[in-house]
Design a protein around this ligand. Structure first.
Ligand SMILES: *[C@@H]1O[C@H](CO)[C@@H](O)[C@H](O)[C@H]1NC(C)=O
Ligand SMILES: *[C@@H]1O[C@H](CO)[C@@H](O)[C@H](O)[C@H]1NC(C)=O
Ligand SMILES: CC(=O)N[C@H]1CO[C@H](CO)[C@@H](O)[C@@H]1O
Ligand SMILES: [Ca+2]
Ligand SMILES: [Ca+2]
Length: 564
């Protein structure tokens, strides 16, 4: 049933946790307002727009599309890494933290992008990759040769011993990309740690000079005008210094499977939280709390929540990790409530459904749910995050074997943005693009969706526009009707809006009686079978895996108006 909070919550109430009230503190010290109200738009620069026809997206390409980005209504643009890099892990292997890869442009281009974004009222975030550098960073070479301060910038450990003259790795730690996390260096005659590829040596945060160097990287970009950072793979920052073997998880014995190890020495260590605290204090002290960090943390809810600080939030990935194609409405409500209830008082929620490491929403959840998922994250209370292309419902591209670039299979979601139906989807005029486009660009593209009255893009924009008029809820609850329908209410100054989603593979009929005055369809997913302005009388009939936003007069307000 579509209902107001206090009225007959019968249906699925028993299936939900007892306390569902969530208080968004009015104004927490330090959190910039623009962070709270914005949508964060993730740009994967190599795939956004290629301005010079070399097949690689670049900063000029982003600048050229700023009017489009602005037209979406997003408030913060986050650029995945554009730093100098040999590109062995798509720029997550940085050889100079304070410069830009020439394929993307120059520092002047970045400055221009920042200034033009600011002029349009948008903030700019960069990616910060603190865990490691490229093995081609000058620090690493100096470290191998034990030259100067850089000697201790990386995690060097002696071999555990030798077997037939060959060194044995210090312990059983495994890399996220497979194999041992240790690589022997013939020059230094020691092992260095690499939680990711062997070309990504881990930095040593136990060395205060290294910490200072990394703070200086943040300062460099802040001083250029950058408003914040998305911090990569934060849980891995510091490791336990005893270098003991990690224990096996129960029932698991494969020494080569990282998933079999309990990462009690390599993830979420107390020292990692300390380093982040130092970054936080730096922003408060040196930048008067005007900058913000958002942290990439894949971990259990209790560990994620511990990363909240005044100037930083951990990303909320639970709509990716705990909400799947098969999930019910009851499970959706639980994912939302568990998260909201764990957030420390005064801190701010956020919602993520995709990024360059995850299959696209239309592929992962099915194309039916593209609009519904966009509407969901834009209407839940908190900051919403959109990965480029999700606003037009891009799906994973097919990558032929001879085109594969990423060793762990993340190319399909990184395919270039589909701007129009011309050559290369308008992404590049070159003959070859760094990754192939999804061949559906003839149909799924920005231009076609802008021209159509009803498209993923129009639904996205209209929902974002509505979002800007919504008040912060003082209490918030996702209700369920049966197993497959979820709904919640958001208020503007004068109206109430109800988001209703059917996750079933069958039509659902939802009685509207309790709303009172018959509601009007304000936004409908492309597959909902309703048009905006349709009046709903007795029943809302939602096709499989579709959703609507219903507009109903605000009862409280009406009451006040009547008594005045
Ligand atoms: C690495 O450092 C050594 C010792 O200082 C130096 O001789 C060598 O030229 C450096 N190599 C590179 C590629 O910078
Ligand atoms: C710091 O920010 C506060 C709140 O925005 C402002 O009132 C104050 O003037 C700022 N101080 C400096 C030194 O910029
Ligand atoms: C989501 C994300 O950015 N993941 C990154 C985590 O860190 C590794 C190593 O830097 C990258 O390969 C991933 O892309
Ligand atoms: Ca280019
Ligand atoms: Ca580390």
């Amino acid at each position: 049933m579509v209902i107001l909070e206090t009225e007959c919550q019968i249906s699925a109430a028993m299936m939900l946790p007892a306390v569902l009230v969530f208080l968004l503190a009015t104004s927490a010290l330090g959190i910039p307002d623009w962070w709270k109200t914005s949508v964060l738009y993730q740009i994967y620069p190599r795939s956004y727009s290629d301005s010079d026809g070399d097949g690689n997206g670049d900063i000029r390409g982003i600048i050229n599309h700023l009017p489009y980005i602005k037209s979406l209504g997003v408030g913060v643009v986050w650029l995945s890494p554009i730093y100098s890099s040999p590109w062995q892990d798509m720029g997550y292997d940085i050889s100079n933290f304070k410069d830009v890869h020439p394929k993307y442009g120059t520092l002047d281009d970045v400055k221009e992008l920042i200034d033009k974004s600011h002029q349009q009222g948008m903030k700019v975030f960069m990616d910060f990759v603190p865990n490691h550098s490229s093995d081609q960073h000058p620090w690493f070479n100096a470290s191998r040769y034990s030259v100067g301060d850089a000697k201790d910038y990386y995690v060097w450990v002696n071999p555990k011993g030798y077997l037939g003259g060959k060194p044995i790795p210090p312990n059983n730690w495994l890399s996220n990309f497979g194999g041992s996390a240790w690589e022997y260096d013939e020059v230094r005659k020691q092992y260095y740690l690499h939680e990711f590829g062997p070309y990504q040596p881990d930095l040593n945060y136990r060395n205060p000079k290294l910490v200072e160097q990394m703070k200086d990287v943040l300062r460099f970009w802040f001083n250029l005008g950058i408003d914040g950072f998305r911090c990569d793979t934060v849980p891995h920052l510091v490791e336990d210094s005893s270098f003991k073997d990690e224990p096996f998880l129960p029932g698991c014995t494969d020494p080569n499977n990282r998933g079999c190890l309990d990462h009690i020495y390599t993830e979420n260590q107390p020292e990692t939280y300390d380093v982040l605290k130092q970054f936080d204090e730096m922003i408060q002290k040196e930048y008067n709390s005007t900058r913000y960090l958002v942290l990439e943390v894949y971990a259990s809810l209790d560990k994620v929540i511990k990363y909240y600080q005044q100037q930083s939030s951990p990303f909320n990935f639970f709509l990716i990790t705990d909400f799947k194609r098969d999930s019910t409405a009851v499970e959706l409500a639980k994912v939302v409530h568990d998260y909201l209830q764990s957030i420390p008082s005064g801190m701010w929620p956020n919602w993520v459904v995709g990024n360059h490491d995850q299959s696209r929403v239309g592929t992962r959840m099915g194309e039916d749910l593209i609009d519904s998922m966009n509407m969901l994250i834009l209407l839940l209370p908190g900051t919403a995050v959109t990965f480029q292309g999700e606003e037009i419902g891009m799906t994973d591209a097919y990558i032929r074997k001879d085109q594969v670039l990423d060793s762990v299979g993340r190319d399909p979601q990184r395919s270039p943005v589909q701007w129009d139906s011309t050559k290369n989807g308008g992404f590049s005029t070159g003959d070859k693009t760094w990754l192939p486009l999804n061949s559906n660009y003839w149909r799924v593209n920005v231009k076609a969706e802008t021209a159509k009255p009803k498209s993923h893009l129009s639904v996205y924009k209209k929902t974002l526009e509505l979002r800007r008029n919504l008040k912060n809820p003082t209490d918030f609850k996702v209700n369920t009707y049966g197993k497959w329908v979820a709904y919640f209410k958001r208020d503007s100054e004068t109206e109430s809006y109800f988001y209703v989603i059917n996750l079933n593979d069958r039509e659902e009929m939802i009685p509207t009686s309790v709303i009172g005055a018959s509601p009007t369809v304000y936004i409908a997913s492309e597959n909902a079978g309703y048009s905006e302005g349709n009046k709903i009388s007795e029943y809302l009939v939602l096709p499989p895996r579709s959703s609507v936003v219903l507009l109903a007069p605000n009862k409280m307000l009406n009451k006040l108006l009547r008594s005045a």
